[in-house]
Design a protein around this ligand. Structure first.
Ligand code: PLP
Length: 494
């Protein structure tokens, strides 16, 4: 199976080439030429296996130039007991009859980014070997919080890699900052940048396009790569947990083989829900994919009208990982639904020039057929956190609460009673301030003490990686101006 770019389907790449390149040279995103199929009998077989084996078998369908044994080795390390606090890796919990939650935050950074970023380093380093690349890869990341920490944990001490993360000084939460500046590992670097997230991101982009710097780094045996969610190596590991969730529902007797389920996904960059679309089109019995947004509801409008328009105010919400106005992975869906690289190029050009585009009637209809949508603001999310905790004894974070609220709206509007799985994308302990406020606590502890406060208020233990933060040594204290980021890179890669 070959991979093509959403903006030029005539050039074909192997899976490992697509993973090494990350983004196609034409600016498009890589995807497989066709979607491999699985039968219900295969799903029932997978249901008997532990998570790493499910992962290896499913990923193998997309990765012809990898061996299943090899993938199993990666999955056992990525999702094993050193990294995840439950052998299920991504357990499913029934919160109310027919409403299940898929917990994607049992990894080392307590957010769903771990599901992909624990696997990506193995896929990337193996791809480098397969393509004959001998230089050490240096991952550069600009982060507004979650991705940086998850990438650091994923690449920490992985051979032939180094990772350098830039975050906006004062632009991340105390806990997110502490998570990063205490990062362990011999191949990691973390640096604060004066300014906001855009300053950090612009700085990183400038470094990527600096030909002179690249040449100099090549001489030193390095090349630069990125770990953001446009790499196919980040989408693929996410397909696994959709199928795995179905397996778990089968095992629990919550669905019969072949019975349809829905997924409701708190969405930002559209990577997570796109993986659900792939799972469905591999043959998993999925009805609706419900796309849940916060007040930055550009996707809700797109799904309802067929017009994507980013010209709108940007809101900072209590679910910051969904505060996004350009959902990059939507480009892959547009390609899948149109089958035309030329059409996708047109939409993306229009997005670049005018900040908006309107899809064809064919795409609009297909989107409406496959997806439902809705959005919830902070107050609605907070109400859900409070209600589900007091009535159902289940504690959820602000991102999950957006999706759970949208599911409730969807049920009320459509009378669709299909069993539904809500993707839970972060531990509530990662967003203590908002969760405590939702529970009515106004006096809040400072710094890491707030983790203990949420724990005693709810009677839930905090995940170990967060509970242990207070005792960790700060390793990285450098703060630089945007102009000096390049110097940080050259010093890091000397
Ligand atoms: C990244 C993230 C999301 C959004 O996922 P996308 O794949 O970008 O749609 C939702 N919740 C949390 C906690 C995240 O970290």
């Amino acid at each position: 199976m070959y991979y093509v770019s959403t903006r030029n389907a005539s050039l074909k790449f192997s899976a490992s080439e697509a993973i090494v390149q990350g983004l196609s040279r034409d600016g498009g995103l890589f995807l497989p030429e066709s979607i491999p199929q699985i039968t219900m009998a295969q799903v029932e077989q997978l249901a008997k296996l532990p998570y790493p084996q499910r992962a290896a078998k499913i990923m193998k369908l997309y990765l012809e130039d990898f061996f299943e044994e090899e993938l199993l080795g990666f999955a056992e390390k990525a999702y094993g007991p050193v990294k995840f606090d439950t052998p299920a890796a991504a357990p499913v919990v029934e919160v109310e009859p027919g409403n299940h939650v898929l917990e994607l935050w049992h990894g080392p950074t307590c957010a769903f980014k771990d599901m992909a970023l624990q696997m990506l380093p193995y896929l990337l380093t193996a791809s480098l070997k397969k393509t004959g690349e001998e230089k050490t890869v240096c991952i550069l990341v600009a982060t507004s919080g979650d991705t940086g920490k998850a990438a650091l944990e994923g690449f920490r001490d992985v051979e032939h890699t180094k990772i350098l993360v830039f975050y906006p000084d004062g632009g991340v939460s105390d806990i997110q900052k502490l998570q990063m500046v205490t990062q362990e590992g011999a191949n990691v670097g973390v640096c604060a940048v004066e300014g906001n997230f855009d300053d950090a991101q612009t700085g990183v982009k400038r470094i990527f396009s600096d030909a002179e710097l690249r040449e100099q780094l090549e001489k030193n045996g390095y090349f630069l790569s990125s770990a953001n969610s446009i790499n196919w190596g980040r989408v693929l590991p996410q397909i696994v947990y959709y199928i795995s969730a179905y397996c778990d529902l089968l095992n629990a007797g919550a669905v019969k083989a072949g019975e349809k389920i829905n997924f409701c996904v708190p969405t930002g960059n559209f990577g997570n829900i796109l993986a659900g679309y792939y799972a469905k089109h591999m043959g998993l019995p999925v009805g609706k994919l419900i796309c849940a947004s916060n007040e930055n509801n550009v996707l809700t409008d797109f799904i309802r009208t067929g017009t994507y328009d980013r010209n709108r105010p940007f809101y900072q919400t209590a679910s910051p990982s969904m505060d996004i106005l350009i959902s990059s992975n939507l480009e892959r869906l547009l390609y899948l639904l149109s089958g035309s690289d030329e059409e996708v190029r047109g939409y993306m050009e229009s997005l670049n020039k005018t900040g908006k585009y309107t899809v064809s009637e064919k795409i609009r209809k297909a989107v409406a057929e496959e997806f439902a949508c809705g959005y919830a603001d902070d107050a609605m999310g907070a109400k859900t956190i409070q209600a589900i905790f007091t009535q159902k004894d289940y504690l959820m974070d602000t991102h999950t609460a957006v999706a759970y609220t949208v599911l409730k709206q969807y049920r009320a509007e459509t009378a669709d009673e299909t069993p539904t799985v809500v993707d839970s994308t972060a531990s509530p302990f990662k967003f203590c301030t908002s969760v405590l406020s939702a529970l009515g606590e106004t006096e809040q502890e400072k710094g890491t003490a707030i983790i203990g406060q949420l724990s005693s208020r709810t009677g839930r233990p905090a995940p170990k990686p967060l509970a242990e933060l207070a005792g960790k040594t700060v390793r990285f204290e450098q703060v630089v101006s945007k102009e000096n980021m390049k110097r940080v890179v050259t010093e890091f890669l000397r």
